[in-house]
Design a protein around this ligand. Structure first.
Ligand SMILES: [Zn+2]
Length: 261
């Protein structure tokens, strides 16, 4: 077991423990919480790691020992998570909710294109070096996500009479979208994997925060008015959202984000 301290502080707010158990290594993020009365360990599906919440005054040594005692449990929970799917030749992943296969195409350098075959299976052809397939697929998906989110945001912003806000894409694991205090919208590129209605709903949701910076009844009324698929999309995300983190290079955990909605 290795213990990393994020700062030289005697009681750092966060840090990472690497647990070794049965030949496997697990990452445990430490979170010091003022209101915590005991150690609480949980496994996160999106980042495929564990979080140990610890009381303010607890020692790192006790935290490490607690994690160590529960290493087998962490291993069992992590192994129960669905398999990670990397974007390699032959991999199958959902694109706008429809299963699509990655196919390496020899020849022309660095080109990515989508096509169906005789069996009508959707294929994403990736030319160029095999070693670059994953990055090319991911870059292509991000470009698709950006274009579709921008179009949807523009449409909904017009509906509520707001100017087009700036948008950015990230690989967030805590939320699908956010709206900063200055009105900049941020989205997870993984929304391109979900059905198009779900991506459109997230765009509508964040655009509505330009009018209401909260989740009040008025916010939801506006959201359902401009996007009738709101409840359906929320349900889809609750049921299948976590699954979107299985694809491609691993999502990052990282510290808590600044206060946004
Ligand atoms: Zn919101």
């Amino acid at each position: 077991m290795r213990l990393f301290r994020s700062t030289d502080d005697a009681s750092p707010k966060s840090g990472v423990i690497e647990l070794r158990h049965d030949g496997e290594t697990y990452r445990v993020q430490l979170r010091r919480v003022d209101t915590a009365r005991r150690f609480i360990l949980r496994v996160r599906g999106a980042t495929r790691d564990a979080v140990l919440t610890m009381p303010r005054r607890a020692s790192l040594k006790d935290a490490a020992e607690f994690a160590e005692r529960n290493a087998a449990w962490v291993g069992v929970r992590l192994r129960k998570l669905p398999q990670q799917v990397r974007f390699v030749d032959g991999a199958s992943f959902p694109l706008r909710g429809a299963q699509t296969r990655v196919v390496h195409a020899a020849g022309s350098r660095g080109v990515v294109w989508l096509a169906g075959d005789e069996q009508d299976e959707r294929k994403l052809y990736v030319a160029g070096d095999v070693a670059h397939i994953e990055r090319r697929v991911q870059d292509w998906l991000k470009a698709q996500a950006r274009a579709e989110l921008a179009a949807a945001v523009r449409r909904y912003a017009e509906k509520i009479g707001k100017p087009m806000p700036s948008i950015s894409l990230k690989d967030t694991t805590t939320r699908w979208g956010s709206c900063s205090a200055t009105g900049a919208l941020n989205f997870s590129w993984r929304l391109i994997l979900a059905p198009s209605d779900v991506l459109a709903y997230l765009a509508a949701h964040e655009v509505c925060h330009l009018a209401h910076m909260n989740h009040s009844a008025r916010f939801w009324k506006l959201c359902r008015t401009i996007c009738p698929e709101t409840d359906q999309a929320e349900n889809w995300l609750k049921a299948h959202g976590l699954d979107l983190y299985r694809y491609g290079a691993k999502g990052r955990g990282g510290p808590a984000k600044p206060a946004t909605f």
